[in-house]
Write a new protein. Structure first.
Length: 241
């Protein structure tokens, strides 16, 4: 498990990623703590200072904590389970896992659809679309940061409706769309970018789960394409048939 010194990613970040992955897979479950710094330094072929930087980053993310006389302990957090199904809905998906759920509109703009967005929404490139930047919270903790596009000719009032309701589903209903279904969900994992780290309150090196989702009306016409980012240590997905 020697880290790569010339791949453009800082050594401490590579080590933090591997420790995070080992924690997620249960490799350290025997006593609930990360191996000592010396052991990790030998494992990754680096010095203790680099290991400390990695552990410090994980501590900032709330994944581990240092305890005097015990070492680096793993913080056990209950992840929010978010189901992905034919009718994926944020509020209904979280259900009673959080007492307070809120949707915030960060920004909105009407713009010409890029080639990629046009392909996703089955419209011509250059057609006007409404883009929403939103943040969803559960018990006042940020759990998703999304960028969504909607055809302007059909959903020109989506920003106002979302601002008033805090819900895409309710906003659609206000604009006459009573039901819609999930057509496609693509899931990847990436390092959080600067803007997402700020909005989701993450530290450098944090991992986010990224979904690219297409919603359609019951006649199969695309109504929304969105790219959503979720903190990987707070949210897990369940794919439902």
């Amino acid at each position: 498990m020697i880290v790569q010194r010339q791949n453009g990613v800082a050594l401490w970040r590579q080590i933090a990623d591997r420790i995070r992955s080992s924690i997620a897979s249960g490799d350290y479950d025997a006593d609930g703590r990360v191996p000592p710094e010396l052991a990790l330094a030998a494992q990754f072929g680096v010095n203790r200072h680099t290991v400390r930087s990695a552990l410090a980053a994980l501590a900032e993310e709330g994944i581990v904590r240092a305890e005097q006389g015990r070492g680096t302990m793993i913080e056990r957090k209950q992840r929010i389970n978010f189901p992905i199904s034919r009718r994926t809905r944020f509020t209904e998906g979280i259900g009673d896992q959080a007492r307070e759920k809120e949707g915030l509109l960060l920004a909105t703009v009407e713009e010409e659809a890029s080639t990629e967005i046009a392909r996703r929404l089955a419209i011509d490139a250059g057609t006007m679309v409404v883009r929403l930047e939103t943040l969803r919270t559960a018990d006042r903790r940020p759990v998703s940061r999304a960028t969504s596009w909607f055809p302007s000719d059909r959903f020109g009032g989506i920003a106002k409706a979302y601002r008033e309701t805090g819900s895409i589903t309710e906003a659609f209903r206000d604009l006459g769309l009573k039901d819609y279904v999930r057509a496609v969900t693509e899931v990847t994992a990436l390092h959080a970018e600067v803007e997402d780290r700020a909005d989701l309150k993450l530290s450098p090196g944090a991992i986010v789960l990224v979904t690219r989702a297409l919603n359609c009306d019951l006649e199969g016409r695309p109504v929304q394409f969105s790219v959503s980012r979720f903190p990987a240590d707070m949210v897990q997905f369940t794919i439902e048939n």
